[in-house]
Design a protein around this ligand. Structure first.
Ligand SMILES: C[S@@+](CC[C@H](N)C(=O)[O-])C[C@H]1O[C@@H](n2cnc3c(N)ncnc32)[C@H](O)[C@@H]1O
Length: 218
């Protein structure tokens, strides 16, 4: 399964940026991605992990916030090559790129302050595992942000969503119908949420759950 994803994105890497920065949807995606980075509230000196970084579209925008280090992880060599080129072209010196599976992140427990995932959890085969990993590597008071396609509640958006789900599955192997938000409510604590296009796209800030023992300490 992961080999398939890797090969698909290696092929996509040649035209991924063209599609994702296409006038219209591309500029909306840029706005949403920048909004998600703002939601992450990056402070100088923090370490930020970009889960399934792809072609590294958001790396230069994260770098503008002056973190100590940015770690971009992806399974596709083709996408990572693009990410490295983009970082170099934009003079980003504090980014490192790791080829790896985000379902088994090569990072220690509670080791980073910020984690972000943009338009990835709808493509990752075991997205629940990836979410668990995001929470595992976060420090106790760390923050994570997910920007992705969701299940809209407004009628017009619901109808559009119904039409888009099979198209995205067929052409992009992307699962617009995954209910990431509900899963997240059971795993972490959602602190804040933004919605776009009637809820077809959303961004959430979430933190680690408070463990019973920690509650008793308070
Ligand atoms: C739709 S792209 C999103 C890329 C980027 N986050 C963005 O905003 O443009 C999805 C990315 O997820 C990566 N991916 C999917 N499953 C993965 C896994 N298990 N481990 C690491 N990367 C994975 C793909 O290689 C691809 O680059």
């Amino acid at each position: 399964m992961r080999d398939k994803v890797e090969r698909r994105y290696d092929r996509f890497s040649y035209f991924y940026d063209f599609l994702d920065t296409f006038p219209g949807l591309g500029s909306a995606e840029k706005r949403w991605r920048k909004h998600a980075i703002d939601m992450l509230d990056i402070k100088e000196g923090e370490r930020v992990v970009d889960i399934a970084t792809g072609s590294g579209l958001i790396i230069p925008w994260i770098a503008e916030k002056n973190p100590k280090e940015i770690i971009g992880i992806d399974i596709s060599t083709g996408m990572l090559e693009m990410a490295k080129k983009r970082a170099k072209k934009n003079g980003v010196k504090n980014a490192v790129f790791i080829k790896g599976d985000v379902e088994q992140l090569p990072l220690r427990d509670s080791s980073v302050e910020k984690v972000i995932s943009t338009f990835s959890l709808t493509t990752i085969p075991d997205y629940e595992k990836a979410m668990d990993e995001m929470l595992r590597i976060l420090k106790k008071d760390g923050k994570a942000v997910i920007l992705d396609t969701g299940r809209p509640k407004k009628l017009w958006a619901k109808l559009t969503h119904i039409l888009l789900v099979p198209v995205a599955k067929l052409f992009g192997r992307t699962h617009f119908d995954r209910d990431i938000e509900t899963l997240l409510k059971n795993k972490g604590r959602i602190i804040y949420k933004s919605e776009f296009y009637g809820g077809m796209v959303y961004a959430v800030v979430f933190e680690k759950p408070i463990l019973k023992a920690e509650k008793q300490d308070e």
